[in-house]
Design a protein around this ligand. Structure first.
Ligand code: PLP
Length: 816
């Protein structure tokens, strides 16, 4: 199904100032982010204004790349410059996008399942996809596209051959769900649960529940768990709705769960449905998976589809970046292969492609159940590859092999994964994206190409990083600039990856500690402004060569930098003036401003880019009086500088907790640190980004009264099952956690540290934890066992825990 631009103009009611030069242009793709352009032909670009940018600025670029159809708002006055383009003018391009999606959705009468709730939306959607795919042709949102922009883009994928649609809706503030409902119009609803996430956009938990339930305003039936008593509230919104409820030992529920029993490989669920007892097995055992699994079981029973939940597999939502052999970088997305997710993964590859890789390679299997004709499908994939500069495709499977002539000259094709592995193809200095349908088992290829790693790893969730960045930004005015502090290897999380990710989201400045950290970022292709907080005089040459901007905190340092730049014949090198308003560490005192101004006025080789100061206790309410004094001193000093220098300089003073608590003082820029990395104050929705985990090396039964570890400090008070894990204080696991002062998690259970922590290993008590085996994962910190918990156990601060994780712990990055 496709629309001409004229039809779209009628649907979204373009204004009279619209200019349609080619009314028959057929639109097949919608685009909102200019970086994701795949094929110009048939693309309609919506120039959206978001917190991070204005799409109208990219129209010129897109026009050059061949895009000819644009939705703009009235502020856009350059239509004449683009003589071949169609412009539809509307009040608000986002509304137009949503209107178009709603219209398109209304063309179809098959069931649409709408999923919302605080957690589990994407898992439930993906699991339903696994369960229903033999019965129906399915259209679903790719990954977790559940926002005000993601929803309409997902709905655009609906087509007449489909039999059911699965869409998720996420909201962060009042009013959004009503708009989501008008677009999705789900006939069947699934409410996953109500948590505390995203609370800040709502006045109360009741308001949040009410808002979420609005998604089901026109649904016939709602699937939900009785733990969330929502029927009364739901009826006020939609009096005719039916309920399919489930509950534990609750005869009033449609599905009565009698028991859930942990078994070695998962959970047995015993239930009664329509007066019949039955049982099924879910191959997961954590609480969240059980809840999600029962939601899916309920949907299957309601739809009359066999609930084969024993076949469910973990949702491979993660794009994992892995170090490959021979200097390759592997992007592992081996479990996802619909065409939308290919486009997303190729974008991710593009964002990660550094100069040091000689080639971009895609390993791709046949695509199953795309709903497209094969030649259409592989033609689209080939043009995506071209747009994203893929230089070589390794195709696996009979279908893709038969379209070999569409792909770049260097490409190779194999009938099966086994045939590919036998060929022993060599990869060198390439960035390799691996994607495919599950049945091709491309994970075997990943494990051959991947560099075997140290068993202790820290996983970094780049989505959560971006979430935190956006959350902090949402507390600020849209025009306030942001600096991300990525000193100390981005607080241990990896400076290059963090910088690349945030640069992609329009972070304005990066702050590093020393010049070498800045040079590393430049080498990785980061072009954002970088401020070096501690610029040593012997690094000045590096600074100027790599366009790094020093913090200047004393007359001595200023004099030396002026001398250096003057000798080099440089003019106007940006510097950043640090004022000491109370930390009494580095910086000019406020009373030194007049002398500073005199010196700066005589020195054209440097130019002040910004003036800033650092708060000593922005997180501490008890010190607010002093914080305000610091603010006052900063205001005086920076006003003076601003006035006397006579040109615009940015001012900034807030760090993370300053942003969270004292946003009135945001000035022109803020500096984000620990909040990006997952530690914030309670009422702000900051997500953990780091998970430190390892594996069990050995398990032993040791008798009561023996001791474990050095100096006999781990005296066993009972017969104990001891597991040894390869992480010690040299990895950053503080010795303070030893002797039961801390614990790790094994299968979600607490396993206390036994005895003293050694340099490279330590021991944990797993006596009470069933079915633990060598090789099982042990978690040191994650979303539940937080870095803040750990810090408070040993009387330190989260900063020290994170930055203490040593370099030999491999960092692994993933995106959902
Ligand atoms: C590290 C640092 C920050 C970031 O502080 P957080 O508390 O981590 O947000 C801000 N400003 C300066 C000058 C810093 O050195």
């Amino acid at each position: 199904m496709s629309y001409t631009i004229q039809q779209i103009n009628n649907i979204i009611v373009g204004k009279s100032t619209s200019r349609i030069t080619n009314a028959d242009a057929v639109i097949s793709n919608l685009l909102t982010d200019s970086r994701n352009l795949a094929y110009a032909e048939g693309t309609l670009f919506f120039a959206l204004r978001t917190a991070t940018g204005d799409g109208h600025h990219f129209i010129g670029d897109l026009y050059q790349q061949g895009v000819r159809n644009f939705i703009v708002d009235e502020s856009f006055s350059n239509q004449k410059e683009f003589s071949e383009a169609n412009f539809i003018v509307v009040n608000n391009p986002l509304n137009a996008l949503q209107q178009l999606a709603a219209y398109h959705r209304a063309q179809f009468s098959f069931p649409i399942i709408g999923i919302t709730g605080s957690n589990g939306k994407t898992i439930v959607k993906e699991w339903l996809y696994q369960l229903l795919q033999n019965q129906y042709q399915i259209v679903r949102s790719p990954k977790s596209y559940n926002s005000q922009i993601g929803i309409p883009l997902s709905l655009w994928g609906l087509h007449a051959q489909a039999g059911i649609g699965l869409f998720e809706a996420g909201i962060s503030r009042t009013g959004e769900m009503e708009r989501a409902e008008q677009m999705i119009r789900p006939t069947i609803g699934v409410f996953t649960n109500l948590g505390t996430a995203h609370q800040e956009g709502f006045a109360s938990a009741e308001e949040k529940l009410h808002e979420k339930l609005l998604l089901f305003k026109h649904s016939h039936c709602l699937v939900y768990c009785k733990n969330y008593p929502l029927e009364a509230e739901m009826r006020t919104i939609n009096p005719n709705i039916q309920f399919f409820s489930w509950g534990y030992n609750d005869e009033s529920a449609s599905l009565n769960i009698l028991s859930t029993q942990k078994e070695p490989l998962g959970t047995r669920i015993n239930y009664v449905y329509q007066q019949k007892r039955d049982t099924c097995f879910l191959p997961f055992s954590d609480a969240a998976s059980i809840e999600n699994g029962i939601h899916c079981l309920s949907c299957c029973l309601y739809l009359g589809v066999a609930p084969a939940i024993d076949k469910l597999v973990g949702v491979g939502m993660r794009l994992e970046v892995k170090q490959g052999k021979n200097n390759c970088l592997i992007i592992d997305d081996a479990y996802n292969s619909d065409i939308n997710s290919i486009a997303i993964a190729l974008d991710f590859m593009q964002a990660n492609a550094e100069h040091k890789f000689s080639k971009r390679t895609l390993i791709l299997s046949d695509i199953m159940q795309s709903g497209l004709r094969k030649d259409d499908l592989y033609n689209r994939i080939a043009s995506l590859c071209k747009a994203k500069q893929v230089q070589r495709v390794i195709g696996i499977g009979p279908d893709i092999s038969s379209y070999w002539n569409l792909f770049p000259f260097d490409s190779q094709f194999f009938k099966s994964t086994a045939e590919f592995l036998e060929a022993g193809i060599r990869f060198e200095s390439e960035i390799v994206l691996i994607k495919g349908a599950r049945c091709f088992h491309l994970e075997k290829i990943v494990s051959v190409l991947e560099q075997k790693r140290h068993q202790t790893v820290m996983e970094i969730n780049l989505n959560a990083l971006v979430h935190n960045f956006k959350t902090l930004k949402s507390l600020l005015k849209p025009e306030t600039k942001t600096m991300a502090m990525i000193k100390a290897n981005a607080y241990g999380c990896g400076a290059i990856e963090v910088a690349q990710t945030l640069a992609h989201h329009h972070c304005d400045y990066f702050g590093v500690a020393v010049a070498d950290e800045g040079v590393e970022l430049r080498a990785a292709g980061v072009v954002t402004d970088i401020i070096v907080m501690d610029p040593e005089p012997n690094s000045f040459a590096l600074l100027t060569e790599h366009h790094l901007q020093p913090e200047i905190y004393s007359f001595d340092l200023l004099r030396q930098f002026i001398d250096f730049t003057r000798r080099q014949g440089i003019t106007g090198h940006p510097i950043h003036i640090k004022v000491d308003t109370g930390m009494h560490r580095l910086g000019f005192l406020p009373e030194e401003m007049p002398a500073l101004v005199r010196m700066l006025k005589k020195s054209p080789s440097v130019k002040v880019g910004s003036v800033f100061s650092h708060l000593v206790a922005s997180e501490d309410e008890g010190q607010d009086a002093f914080t305000l004094l610091q603010m006052e001193r900063f205001k005086q000093a920076s006003d003076y500088l601003h006035r006397e220098l006579g040109y615009t300089i940015l001012r900034h003073i807030l760090n993370t907790s300053g942003i969270e608590r004292l946003a009135d003082y945001q000035y022109d820029m803020v500096r984000m640190g620990i909040g990006l990395y997952g530690v914030g104050i309670n009422h702000v929705d900051i997500q953990n980004i780091a998970t430190l985990k390892t594996v069990i090396l050995q398990i032993k039964k040791i008798a009561k009264e023996e001791t474990v570890g050095y100096n006999r400090r781990g005296l066993l008070m009972r017969d104990t099952v001891v597991a040894t894990i390869p992480i010690g204080y040299a990895d950053g696991l503080n010795r303070g956690f030893g002797r039961g002062n801390g614990y790790a998690l094994v299968h979600g259970w607490k396993a206390p540290f036994l005895g003293n922590i050694c340099m490279d290993v330590c021991m944990i008590d797993i006596t009470d934890i069933p079915n633990v085996q060598v090789g099982d994962t042990v978690t040191i910190f994650n979303d539940e066992l937080t870095i803040s918990d750990l810090a408070s156990r040993i009387n330190t601060i989260p900063y020290e825990i994170l930055t203490g994780i040593s370099n030999r712990v491999k960092r692994i990055y993933y995106q959902e």
